[in-house]
Design a protein around this ligand. Structure first.
Ligand SMILES: Nc1nc2c(c(=O)[nH]1)N[C@H]1C(S)=C(S)[C@@H](COP(=O)(O)OP(=O)(O)OC[C@H]3O[C@@H](n4cnc5c(N)ncnc54)[C@H](O)[C@@H]3O)O[C@H]1N2
Ligand code: MOO
Length: 411
């Protein structure tokens, strides 16, 4: 058997980020930024008012007070969005709205509430009485006070979030160079599988792997571009792999990688030099990987075992890093923290166990409970959703006692 670490290195070696593309902002959410972005436009792009009120020279209203207002003639009106370069004159006020460019000659804004003019939609007055003195700069947002033209705003490699999009838009970009979302194809194998919700004859089971893999891939920002189910005929699987390879950057299969007599994945995989191995873990021991050449492109294929909990654990350990690398993200290592077993449970012999557990936090630390009495049984899919993470039990431990120290990977 090969170790989890060595197998993980095998499946990720040779995986490189997809080529970068320039895309409109609307299509980049959840992708990875492919280049550094410098501001083309300053924020704010021009000096403007932070309040609805009157732009003045601070020196002209220095003597204003509640009881003795200073009255100034109103020179003009400046609305937000007015593009003409407004001016004012010493001894005059200019009515101004939030976000409008500060008129040349003014250095402060008195908010409308500090004047004799009613706030809201009223005609431009001929004059305004100001009851509060202001300092130069009061209620003024200076051009470039957030960022200046040429500043580094976004660093290559970051995930494109809604806030990243707002930053890019604000500094003058309508498109961004990004590593696109990896396209993933999912193929379930097994003639016992039926669509979820459909009637089952004795011996048939619902295909729960496809829908789970679909969700897991999407939750990592991948696009699922193909989903299919192959029976036990190798020709059918071969055909599906080619179809999937035409529209995907990664193909994930489930089922048919152990010692079964009718395993089409092994038959087809061997024709394409896939490597099938036993990994020292439970669940998820039998694994396979390789590439399939479709129209001159080598598309990576990862073959997970059929048992649904094995699929989940294998996805976390092996597929997650592949999707991250294809999508241009650095592969984030899983972090384990010490926890106590809340109950005793059996662990697989000679294989490192990854048991789905529910964690409880308290002042004394983290306590974990298997989501089922059989701990990591690889068929226990209906209780997997209770898991908050995986407990990692060393290969030489057969039995975990209540209170034993284990490693816990929160997911
Ligand atoms: N003689 C041996 N038998 C088995 C070994 C072994 O070493 N020697 N390994 C066992 C282990 S460990 C695992 S894990 C499984 C893996 O089996 P396969 O990858 O060949 O998968 P299948 O036989 O196709 O299916 C296993 C199990 O999972 C169910 N299944 C399959 N696909 C789905 C799906 N899409 N949705 C829900 N459930 C699915 C299937 O019905 C089987 O019950 O092999 C052991 N056997
Ligand atoms: O490794 Mo298998 O996944 O034990 O059941």
């Amino acid at each position: 058997m090969i170790s989890v670490e060595d197998y993980s290195l095998q499946v990720t070696s040779g995986i490189v980020p997809l080529p970068a593309k320039e895309q409109p902002l609307e299509r980049t959410l959840g992708t990875t930024l492919a280049a550094n972005i410098e501001a083309r436009v300053a924020v704010p792009p021009f000096t403007n008012s932070a309040m609805d009120g009157f732009a003045v020279r601070a020196v002209d209203v220095q003597g204003a007070s509640k009881d003795a207002g200073v009255t100034l003639p109103v020179f003009a009106d400046v609305a937000a969005g007015a593009t003409a370069n407004a001016m004012t004159k010493p001894g005059f006020a200019t009515r101004i709205m939030t976000g409008a460019a500060l008129p040349e000659g003014a250095d402060a804004v008195v908010k409308v509430e500090d004047t004799n003019i009613a706030p809201g939609p009223v005609q431009m007055p001929d004059q305004v009485t100001i009851f509060n003195p202001v300092q130069p700069g009061t209620n003024v947002r200076q051009a470039g006070e957030n960022v200046a033209v040429g500043d580094l705003i976004l660093q290559a490699g970051i995930a494109v979030t809604p806030q990243v999009l707002a930053a890019a838009a604000s500094v003058g970009y309508g498109k961004l160079p990004v590593i696109p979302k990896p396209r993933v194809a999912i193929i379930s194998t097994g003639s016992e599988l039926k669509d979820p919700g459909s009637a089952l004859a004795h011996g048939q089971i619902p295909d729960s792997n496809s829908i789970m893999l679909d969700g897991l891939a999407r939750s990592l920002g991948a696009k699922v571009t193909y989903r299919g189910r192959s029976g036990d005929e190798p020709e059918h699987l071969e055909e599906m792999l080619h179809e999937a390879g035409g529209c995907a950057d990664l193909i994930i299969t489930s089922g048919g990688v152990s010692a079964g007599a009718f395993d089409p994945v092994k038959i087809v995989g061997k024709n394409h030099d896939f490597s099938f191995q036993k990994v020292a873990m439970q669940p998820g021991k039998p694994q396979g990987h390789g590439t399939i050449n479709v129209s001159g492109r080598d598309v990576p294929v990862i073959c997970l075992p059929g048992n649904p909990v094995s699929v989940y654990v294998s996805f976390v350990l092996f597929v997650r890093p592949i999707i991250a690398l294809l999508g241009g993200r650095s592969e984030s290592k899983l972090q384990a923290v010490p926890a106590l077993a809340g109950t005793s449970f059996k662990s697989a012999k000679n294989r490192r166990q990854y048991a789905p557990v529910r964690a409880q936090l308290s002042a004394s630390g983290i306590t974990v409970y298997p989501t089922h009495a059989q701990a990591s049984g690889s068929h226990l899919i209906a209780t997997l959703h209770h898991a908050t993470g995986l407990a990692v039990i060393a290969a030489d431990v057969d039995e975990v006692a209540e209170g034993d120290l284990v490693q816990y990977i929160p997911l």
